[in-house]
Design a protein around this ligand. Sequence first.
Ligand SMILES: [Zn+2]
Length: 429
Amino acid sequence: MKYEYMHPRDELALTLERIYNYKMTTTSGGNLSIIDENGDIWITPARVDKGELSPKDIVCVRKDGSVDGLHPPSSEFPFHKAVYEARPDIRSVVHAHPMALVAFSCAHKAPETRAFPTAWNSNGLVGFAPYGVPGSDDLGTKIADEFRKGYDSVILENHGVCCGGESLQDAFHRFESLEVCAKALIKASMIGEPKFLSDEQLQLQQKSYFKLEAFEYDTGMMSIKEKELRCELARFVRRGYRQRLLSGTAGTFSARIDENSFLITPYPLDRHTIEPEDLVMIRKNKKQIGKKPSRALHAHRAIYEANPEINCIINAQPVNALSFSIVNRNIDTYTIPESYVFVGEVALLPFETSFNDFDRLKETFSLKSPAAVLENNGVMVVGKDILSAFDKLEVLECSAEAIIDSQPIGGHVPMSQAIIDELCEAFDL
Ligand SMILES: [Zn+2]
């Protein structure tokens, strides 16, 4: 079931489970709430194991202050209430102690979200609230003051983070993308000097998007190939989320059906719960009626048109590869044979390329040159099918992580040219 159809009890329990399962909080830390149209606040309870929480544990604090539930509300209820009073447009609050954002909170800094477009688009500038005793009205006032200034995400000094949204999913995606941003910035600073996007670069995404005409779509006309690809692509997108290669609504997957058509992920839709029917068909420069395709579709279409052997394209921002893209550095695949054999040489493309330099994209990608780091925008990989593109993405992310992890133990020593020549011969590269 999609989250927007859920009762607050179910949505809160499932979202907290997701936060805990993906290691974005500890069992004792973190609380979420939703304010409904009556002004009643549904909130996670105090002192219940986050790993075992179920919908019946959710507490409702009525507008008149009375409490319905099996447990007392979270001890952080005062700041949730203060945020709703300060910002009537905010209908849900997510608070937790995810590790990378806690690192920023302990360093008394807010992450710079101009590191990549998704972080900026979902968070903008991030506020910073001074320390307050957990559960106190004083902490509530300090956090609400930051939200009143217009911030939607606020780092809490020596504590954690608080994100607001027009829905729980909106607040959750903001929270998740900010944690990815914080992780990538920490890793980026281990391998170079992070670079940040200018206003002009941030506007490029909107400017370069042109609308497509729609065609009437009849599910009765679906070919077996389209059905197979819809199921397979949706399965790999969900797997990409589970493997932390994608987060929230970020990342684009597409797969070619035939010379005139391909399927692509929608914009913006939660990658965690994507289903075959959510994917958008693009045929002869027109989109399936009633659907909103990912904004990367123009770049994908250009690559498909120029390279008939490419049948799948993925844009993604897994944390380690993303940190290379933030320092505008290429990922070295001379690490282990698997990396070089499966991915080969990796290209490094300027940020603007995937928005307005399609000729360069067409020249860069082929089955022999399947991967590129996009400056400040993650990576792009192609493959002869969905599995091979997905595999390259995983290998690339593993190489990036290994190089970063080797920094504190002396740095990585690339394989020699003689070893590469030997691999080329052995694997006919
Ligand atoms: Zn807390």
